[in-house]
Design a protein around this ligand. Structure first.
Ligand SMILES: *[C@@H]1O[C@H](CO)[C@@H](O)[C@H](O)[C@H]1NC(C)=O
Length: 495
């Protein structure tokens, strides 16, 4: 053994040789102690090696299940774990690349890495507020989690429909003390009293004194039609529908009905909308694009002025809804696990001689190949609007997918959305989505909002069999037709 060492020694690198040369008198002693040292070192190394090996086994696998001296299964298992881990990472990367992985998951990972935030219940210095924004993300059980909803309502020349709108707001069963409301009044015509009426009704509602005022207003307008124009056409509306409306606006009301809301803000701002609100004006294709961009701008003003850190949800609501389920917020929040934006179906009733009912909001749709092709053929700045021959998109419209007996809980992915009733997680806007007031992917306003939100990796859904009813506003033609039929009836006793 000694010889072996000696022989080996001669093979050692130069340093060792130099050492020998520079310390000749200690050579004999040195030779011996070096061997000892190496032996001891070898023992320690062996011990450490064995110890490490055993402790590593103990950590990664349960030794008791594995036969002694059988190292291969352990090794295989380790390899397997590594492979799984690897695959997980790969999948994650892939899904991020595909944009499928919701931003939520990525954020949750980031949240886990956060330091402990200050306790909100601690006394913060005067004027200092702290919000951990992950507490305001919006969950399926918003009402029980005390999640605050921001209800946003843009208004323009809306004096006539305000009583209807207030009835609809009161009918919301989501706790009123969890709802902040913000109105934006813009570009009303001379003589229009939207702002004044809004203020009057708001003040009364917050003092729980609104019902008598509404009843008085409703009485006043009787004979002139609940909605202002002529109620002659009501005779020509489907009987069942009218019965439903009457029931919807009559007591008994639920316990939340007369309760004041958490807060109400009224903003006034004009955007120079020169385009009239008349039916034919509103639906002229040439001005639709401009109109939609102005509306987008108004929505963004309203949103960015009203949105606060403690809002978990934003609910957009048009004024001219006639009937909507009272628990629409609770209902739509149920889809929050998978969806960030949710819209119901929107229909409107029609006089029986026009078919009794009709899909109303055509802005909620699933993109089609024809739609994409059409977009490619247009100028970068052109805005596609639905419902015109010139823009045949052949898209699947949420409105047309409706089946009266369909499951209201069915939800489908959408690309574009209409603005009549949009529930969105507040985080969608915090991420930076908005209502483009410019052409985005050949769309503007709410439809561009849908596309943009989806483009950002968030999910937009529509409920084809869950319906909100828009009011029917008879056109000039409808009214002429109705008065003709009335005259005939008077003359001949029947139609
Ligand atoms: C109020 O809510 C009830 C219950 O969901 C509903 O049937 C009714 O149509 C609603 N009323 C209005 C005016 O939308």
């Amino acid at each position: 053994m000694r010889d072996t060492w000696k022989r080996k020694k001669s093979d050692l690198p130069m340093t060792m040789k130099n050492n020998d040369i520079f310390n000749p008198h200690r050579k004999g002693k040195n030779d011996k102690s070096l061997v000892y040292k190496m032996l001891i070192g070898g023992c320690i190394a062996l011990f450490v090696f064995c110890y490490t090996l055993s402790s590593t086994w103990g950590k990664s696998v349960d030794i008791s299940n594995i036969p002694e001296n059988d190292i291969n299964p352990l090794y295989a298992q380790k390899q397997n774990n590594l492979k799984l881990e690897n695959q997980k990472l790969k999948d994650k990367l892939q899904s991020i690349e595909n944009g499928i992985d919701s931003l939520q998951n990525i954020e949750n990972d980031a949240n886990n890495a956060l330091a402990t935030p200050p306790n909100q219940n601690d006394q913060l210095p005067f004027g200092v507020e702290f919000y951990d924004l992950k507490d305001y993300e919006g969950t399926v059980d918003g009402k029980n989690n005390d999640e605050i909803v921001l209800l946003l309502i843009p208004l323009r020349n809306a004096e006539k429909v305000l009583p209807l709108m207030f009835r609809n707001m009161m009918n919301i069963t989501y706790s009123h003390n969890l709802i902040d409301i913000a109105f934006l009044v813009s570009d009303c015509s001379d003589g229009d009293k939207t702002l004044e009426t809004l203020y009057e009704l708001t003040a009364a509602m917050q003092e729980s004194k609104l019902i008598p005022i509404l009843e008085a207003k409703e009485k006043q307008t009787k004979g002139k039609g609940v909605f202002g124009s002529s109620d002659l056409y009501l005779k020509y509306m489907p009987e069942d529908y009218i019965k439903n409306v009457k029931k919807s606006y009559s007591p008994p009301f639920h316990s939340e009905y007369e309760k004041p809301f958490r807060s109400i803000q009224i903003y006034q701002k004009d955007f120079g909308q020169v385009i009239g609100q008349g039916f034919s004006d509103r639906h002229d294709i040439k001005i639709q694009g401009i109109r939609r961009k102005l509306m987008g701008r108004a929505r963004n003003w309203l949103l960015s002025t009203a949105l606060k850190p403690y809002h978990s949800w934003v609910y957009w609501r048009d004024v001219d809804i006639e009937m909507s389920p009272g628990d629409i917020l609770e209902f739509m929040m149920k889809f929050a696990t998978d969806f960030d934006v949710i819209v119901p179906n929107v229909w409107r009733p029609l006089p029986t001689f026009l078919g009794s009912e009709q899909p109303y909001d055509l802005n909620s749709w699933i993109e089609s190949n024809e739609g994409l092709k059409l977009a490619k053929s247009l100028d970068e700045d052109d805005v596609i609007v639905e419902g015109y021959e010139e823009y045949a998109t052949w898209r699947a419209h949420l409105a047309y997918i409706r089946d009266v007996n369909g499951d209201p809980k069915e939800i489908i992915d959408l690309d574009g959305v209409g603005g009549v009733s949009i529930l969105s997680k507040a985080s969608v806007f915090r991420h930076g989505s908005n209502f483009p007031a410019f052409t985005f992917m050949n769309h503007a306003e709410t439809e561009a909002f849908g596309k943009l939100t989806k483009e950002m990796g968030l999910r937009v859904g529509g409920l084809p069999h869950y319906t909100v009813w828009h009011i029917f506003e008879p056109s000039e033609d409808d009214l002429i037709k109705i008065s003709k039929m009335e005259r005939k009836k008077r003359r001949f006793g029947s139609i």
